[in-house]
Design a protein around this ligand. Structure first.
Ligand SMILES: CC(C)(COP(=O)(O)OP(=O)(O)OC[C@H]1O[C@@H](n2cnc3c(N)ncnc32)[C@H](O)[C@@H]1OP(=O)(O)O)[C@@H](O)C(=O)NCCC(=O)NCCS
Length: 223
């Protein structure tokens, strides 16, 4: 069995713990309190305690995963076959982060807004840059200062295309706004002071010049 299969199995106990900490046990405590079986004091202590314990547990897992990545060499940019060792390794390095943030740190999602957290997982985000959307493969993403990634927008540095798995760095300058729902594909470079309109798709390897505004699924420069 491969390590990624073990991790997929680990997902189940984590999900159960998550459900227990945030739903089942607090609900059970509240129901017991309503029925007068336990005192309100216990509910006030138990519910926050479970949440704090889960937060501590999730932080430990996160730190462990962060350090575990050091044991896997970063897969260089390139085009690999789907299912190849490079494909599996790269998914493994990154899946910790996405699984943890999106599935298990939901109530602490605010954490995923902090540049420091992204940078700890390999991104290079400048000062004042705000991530409202998704970064896929943090360690291949460089973004300057005062940028804004809108909600549901994604910067994706790995893509599956047919049988291929493509990995390429994305580089974004300073003061760039990426609109709500926009998608930035691998190999894109965006110059300073640029706006990428809402829902715009910037295809792989496209170079966007500075001081410009782009819109559309087949992007056009409008300013
Ligand atoms: C791209 C954008 C900056 C253009 O703003 P603008 O310069 O004021 O341009 P206008 O609103 O005058 O629109 C100019 C034309 O482009 C079209 N257009 C504007 N944004 C568009 C978009 N995202 N996709 C497709 N067409 C768009 C308009 O319909 C208009 O077309 P028309 O000339 O045929 O009427 C803005 O529409 C946008 O998408 N901003 C993104 C903001 C965002 O999501 N921020 C991050 C989250 S808060």
């Amino acid at each position: 069995m491969t390590l990624s299969e073990y991790l997929r199995i680990a997902y189940f106990p984590l999900s159960i713990l998550f459900a227990l900490a945030f739903a089942a046990l607090p609900c059970a405590a509240i129901v017991l309190w309503i029925h007068g079986r336990i005192g309100a004091m216990i509910v006030w202590i138990l519910v926050p305690l479970l949440i704090v314990l889960y937060a501590i547990f999730a932080s430990i897992v996160m730190v462990l995963f962060m350090h575990l990545r050091k044991f896997y060499k970063k897969v260089p940019d390139g085009v690999y076959k789907k299912g190849s060792a490079e494909n599996r390794f790269n998914e493994l390095r990154n899946s910790y982060y996405y699984t943890l943030i999106s599935k298990f740190l939901g109530p602490f999602e605010g954490l995923a807004r902090f540049n420091k957290i992204h940078n700890l997982f390999g991104a290079k985000l400048g000062k004042g840059t705000y991530i409202g959307g998704y970064l896929v493969d943090n360690e291949r993403i460089e973004m300057g200062d005062n940028c804004f990634l809108g909600a549901l927008a994604a910067i994706i540095t790995h893509i599956y295309e047919g049988d291929n798995y493509v990995l390429k760095k994305v580089k974004i300058g300073n003061n760039v706004t990426i609109g709500v729902g926009a998608t930035i594909f691998p190999g894109v470079e965006i110059g300073d002071n640029t706006i990428i309109g809402a829902n715009t798709v910037i295809p792989a390897n496209k170079k966007i010049p500075p001081n410009s505004i782009w819109i559309g699924a087949k992007p056009q420069r409008i300013k």
